[in-house]
Design a protein around this ligand. Structure first.
Ligand SMILES: [Ca+2]
Ligand SMILES: [Ca+2]
Ligand SMILES: [Ca+2]
Length: 449
């Protein structure tokens, strides 16, 4: 026992000497939260900005559910700012930063690196930051603005993930502008650019380079580039639907990889770009050639693109209104031509889709990534039924565990676990026979762990 205590003391000393004693700060709405508190879990701050101000590089700020009417600024700090559960969309929906029409909701100074993370908030009701750009003075970045140090300043490399960015507006980049890091696993809907002259571009995203992956970009509006514009980004595995550029061009994408306002670069891969509207180039306008994408009416070249209906699960949602995006479901039906139709890339190892599932899963035919932001998690089993037996058979991928579940009532009853089967080193065919096959109607499904 003495030896263990001594070892721990030594480690503590090393941590303090190295200055890597990262702290966690807590924020919660009043009355629990109070800015005079020390910012502990039991005595949290009330304002998110108070948490950022207290934090140093390497610290984490955890924000409880609630609505925070604030316009926050990272001020160059490399910290993690997160709600309590980034994997739970309900928590994200209920942890709200509301910009109150008083500027950008979130501002990055521009010097943050990729260890600075903005994670799992709803970011709404922002109106952008005025930049006295000599050529195009305007408000940029309604929801998120990445170059707070001013015109010509560097753009943030911060990581922006698992957020819902909705109902923001600016002249350029209604949802997000001027970032150069990673934007991933976000839902970007109902943002607007170019509401006031001069009419700028990028309803959802404008003037963002870096990597933009596994996002849903839906129902954004701008004079040019309803979904995204003027971004020389690596743009991959996004769903771009229902965006519009009335009276102009690029309902979905405009000037992606061809922006004169950024260093050269950019690509469009594994995306679904569908149901966007504008008089000219409704899906993709003046952009680099896409590859492995599903694009409505596409005849513009590139590699391995398809123009077949992607077959979303319920693109107008339970309310049957395509223009209310909160309930629309852009996951893929089992028969979708987008399943296993992308191209696998190294970044997908360890990455997740918009549901938090592994990015590459066995779909209908092969262990290949799906186009879009959602990976289908439903390996198709063949079901044989005889007077005495029900048998499921499917192809297993290597080193993967499958769970067989069943239910008698597909609408109400929770699924019961029947069996787990491991694919072994090589994978291969699996057969499972129901040991208690009933005469009643019974449903089965397979899940990959
Ligand atoms: Ca519907
Ligand atoms: Ca709807
Ligand atoms: Ca797949």
């Amino acid at each position: 026992m003495k030896l263990i205590v001594a070892a721990m003391s030594a480690m503590l000393a090393v941590c303090i000497l190295d200055g890597v004693w990262a702290a966690t700060w807590y924020v919660a709405p009043p009355p629990l939260g109070n800015n005079k508190n020390p910012g502990t879990e039991a005595q949290p701050f009330a304002a998110i900005q108070r948490g950022i101000d207290a934090a140093r590089d390497g610290d984490t700020v955890i924000v409880a559910q609630g609505t925070y009417v604030e316009n926050i600024n990272f001020n160059g700090k490399n910290i993690v700012l997160t709600s309590t559960d980034p994997t739970n969309w309900s928590v994200v929906q209920n942890t709200i930063i509301d910009g109150n029409q008083a500027g950008s909701v979130v501002t990055f100074y521009g010097t943050e690196d990729e260890t600075c993370v903005l994670c799992a908030f709803t970011i709404r009701n922002g109106t952008g930051t005025y930049i006295p750009d000599p050529t195009f003075p305007a408000f940029y970045g309604g929801g998120i603005f990445g170059a707070g140090a001013g015109a010509g300043a560097s753009r943030t490399q911060a990581t922006i993930q698992n957020n819902i960015i909705t109902g923001n507006s600016a002249q350029g980049g209604g949802g997000i502008s001027d970032t150069a890091g990673v934007i991933q696993n976000c839902i970007i809907t109902g943002n607007r650019a170019g509401t006031v002259s001069p009419n700028w571009c990028g309803g959802g995203i404008g003037f963002c380079d870096g990597i933009i992956q596994s996002n849903l970009i839906a129902g954004n509006v701008a004079p040019c580039g309803g979904g995204i514009s003027f971004s020389n980004a690596i743009f991959r595995n996004n769903v771009v639907v229902g965006n519009s550029a009335p009276g102009n061009h690029g309902g979905g994408l405009a000037h992606l990889g061809t922006s004169p306002y950024s260093p050269p670069g950019g690509s469009i891969t594994n995306c679904i770009i569908w149901g966007n509207a504008s008089p000219t180039g409704p899906q993709v306008h003046d952009s680099v050639a896409p590859s492995h994408c599903c694009i409505q009416d596409w005849t513009g070249g590139g590699t391995a693109n398809i123009a077949l209906n992607p077959q979303f699960v319920d693109p107008d949602g339970p309310d049957d209104d395509p223009n209310t995006y909160e309930d629309n479901d852009y996951r893929l039906l089992l028969t979708s031509p987008c399943i296993d139709a992308g191209t696998n890339e190294n970044w997908m190892n360890g990455a997740t889709d918009l549901d938090g599932k592994p990015r590459i899963l066995l779909g209908a035919t092969s262990l290949t990534v799906d186009m879009g932001a959602y990976e289908l998690n439903f390996p198709i089993a063949i079901v044989r039924s005889t007077p005495t037996d029900i048998e499921l058979s499917w192809t297993m991928r290597p080193l993967t565990t499958y769970t067989v579940l069943s239910t008698f009532d597909i609408t109400a009853q929770p699924w019961a676990e029947e069996a787990t089967i491991f694919g072994g080193k090589t994978g291969g065919p699996a057969v499972w026979v129901d040991p208690s096959a009933a005469s009643a109607l019974k449903f089965y499904k397979l899940e990959i762990e």
